[in-house]
Design a protein around this ligand. Sequence first.
Ligand code: ADP
Ligand code: ZN
Length: 773
Amino acid sequence: MCAVSSNNLKSEICNLKSHVLVAVPVPNLDLLTYSVPPDVPSPVVGARVVVPLGSRVVTGIVIEANTSTDGASGAEIKSLRQVLDAEAFVPPDVIALARWTAEYYAAGVGDTIPALLPPMARGARVDAHKTTRVAAITAAGLEAISADKTTDKQREALELLAGIPMGMPTPALASRGIGSDIVSRLARHGYISLRHDRLNRDPFEVVLRSDSSPTSVRTEVGLKSDLSPTGDNRRQLTDEQTAAFDRLRAIADRKAFRVALLHGVTGSGKTEIYLRLSAAVRDSGRRVLMLVPEIALTPAVAALFRDAFGDRVAIQHSGLSDGERHDQWQRIRRGDVDVVVGTRSAVFAPLEDVGLIVVDEEHDGSYKQEESPRYNGRDVAIVRGQRAGALVVLGSATPSMESYHHAMTGKYERVVLERRVLDRPLAEVAVVDMREAYAAEGPDVILSRPLRAAIQMRLDRGEQSLILLNRRGFATAVFCRQCAGTIDCPNCSVSLVIHGEGNARRARCHYCNYTARVPAACPLCAGPYLERAGFGTERVEAEVKKTCPAARVARLDRDAIRRRGALGSLLSRFRAGEIDVLVGTQMIAKGHDFPRVTLVGVVSADVGLGIADFRASERTFQLLTQVAGRAGRGEQPGEAIVQTLYPEHYSIQLACRQDYPAFYERELHFRKAMRYPPFVSLVNTVVRARTFSGAMDDAADVVQKVRDGDSGQLRVLGPAPAPLGKLRGEYRAQLLIKGTNRKHIREALQRALASRPELQRRIVVDVDPLSVL
Ligand code: ADP
Ligand code: ZN
């Protein structure tokens, strides 16, 4: 912000024509400079402006106002067309956070725009000549809201439009239940104006969605009653919870920046602490940002906050329709809420005076955005907390190596919950060595005898089981017995995965979605003996049905929840006891609290270990510990059965003992020896090209340039073919830069890329990658 005021001064002194720096929603673009025409009031930081861009006109956000144009040649500077907001649309501190994010993650500021704005802002590419009717609220309409002289439905429409000064296309209104009859009545009263717009005039306009059906928020509200069976929010905290709460509260009371790691075993009651801490912070007059990995998957947390804070809470996640997300955003912006519960991008919520930021399950991979800007919501949350003078609580039963390291070295406060509430024991974990199972029962065993018996026992007792296999599909590959060839994706360097059985059988690529029929003979040698190899969740589901015909079995993975609403209905059926055995991927391991689950089975615990990634062990440990933590959360104690080919591997052994500190020590040793985070910072760079040699040559060139510009502080690995050497028809080469100073790495890379601007569209830079695949 100081940059702005000094520029203010400059422009006063020199009496220059006013200029602004604008971010536009176009990938990888730098900030653009525009002049402000004399008859237009100079826009403030955070205001939306309509600007010419090439032959188009787009809406951007002012990132810096009254900027000087030293060095830029005035002749090239275009003037902005229109200023849409008199005040900041996005608060200046959020703009500053976005700038930080763009810089840190080596992205264009414009890339952050989708996270900054309500979802209506998403750009849609539509036919340039199509027009649509757009309704915008008038001053009389605004008055009508406060005068309360409309019907409920009309009022709903006006309130919606009040939040979108530029108006909303009538089809979008219709998809929200506001039909043409209401629109024309409002227009007749003069409460709204109607105009015809070219559809692509403005990328911030409403994107039509045909599938805006009931939302998860409603599901969450519907879940309310069985979430808090006691209906008592003021239940007694355990001694451990009390101690943790008191400590965190004392820190929050200081109203200064601090990060605390709340390391609590699964079922230790962390949510209850978040709730009370949020209430305390709210009562002290400050606001709360609660980040969760995936709301649709674990609606319980949001529902508890809704119960506790009523309409002073806003929920932000991708399961809402655009209109609803837009409403939530506007409520936050207007200051109508004290608490925001949301996923990753909610870290940019326009909430003022934030005193507490909670990042639940801080280790979770879904905090990392897998497209530019490749930010980690947890880390941006820490920066936001620092700027706001807030307490940031990172909660997890299995903290990331980085966070735990900071807690151990004193950079973060460390708060521990070692016991489950009501002294419920952690699940007993038994390991089944699959090498022995294969020797005893043959190589086709999928569910070992102990696991089969355990599932049957739960059925007999009317209890529930979760069965984890972190791999989708029926079979993972098809190979030819004659030539040993596999059926591979034509676009990617992976083999196709078989989905479905019988006539419904299809081979599909999990990366590009290429789908083919499963051939009867080998496409390479015409050999007739094609064999399926490996198995995924679909096969496990079929096996459970076969061994326990009476069981009600369902599957939860990305394929099973493609249909809208399928996820919510699966989860509520399981909660209601209409499903006995739920088979699934890591989705079933996340933060669920199902009291009737007493058995967790892990079919192949080692799925993730064979992956050439420095986080493979960490991820395996987290997944196993988390899924085991789903058992025995109610009255009955839980049991976990873990099948593996590597029973001696430390991440499997220590997860079975649920011994986090021992795992941390062991893994830290490996990270130190191999020079990986948390000891060094990493930047992963992938170069794409139409040919393999093209990708390798370009990557080699970047490697050379980085090395040339380095004075011995960096270590550059590569170029090497990326583990996924071909993806969607493009070849990929990789280089990995390690160093102790991220800024240094970034700058070295930026210098190297400066001489190859044409590479920019073919290069992906991932700062602090979660995976280097
Ligand atoms: P975590 O997030 O640490 O895994 P949860 O917050 O989901 O644990 O809490 C586990 C279960 O214990 C939940 O069903 C919750 O309602 C319950 N619970 C939490 N605190 C208490 C308490 N003080 N007394 C009784 N039950 C509690
Ligand atoms: Zn593919």
